[in-house]
Design a protein. Structure first.
Length: 100
């Protein structure tokens, strides 16, 4: 059986892969302290990816660091569609569980 050739990674996917490789130790150290934590790539839609990559380039391609952000499962689809939104910054989202 012939294997279907993999499609080339997008610039965003290459950035994700590089991030995971560079931060594997830090990511692995975060996980054991949080019982229900699962770290994986998300099925982001094109609009938030384009916005993220454009802002990253505008800022001079700064370093990306791993952080923890907890959210309810019910919020995932919105995040995949729109990305993370800062409440009150061009949207009608409200702070749900406090902020730091």
């Amino acid at each position: 059986t012939e294997k279907t050739p993999k499609k080339p990674l997008t610039e965003f996917e290459r950035l994700q892969e590089s991030f995971f490789q560079q931060n594997r130790l830090a990511i692995d150290q975060i996980g054991p302290g949080i019982a229900a934590m699962k770290i994986s790539r998300t099925p982001m839609q094109e609009a938030p990816i384009k916005a993220f990559m454009a802002m990253r380039e505008k800022l001079g391609n700064p370093e990306i660091l791993p952080v923890c952000h907890g959210t309810a499962l019910a919020n995932y689809e919105s995040i995949y569609r729109q990305g993370f939104l800062v409440p009150g910054k061009g949207n009608d989202h409200k702070v749900a569980n406090g902020s730091v």
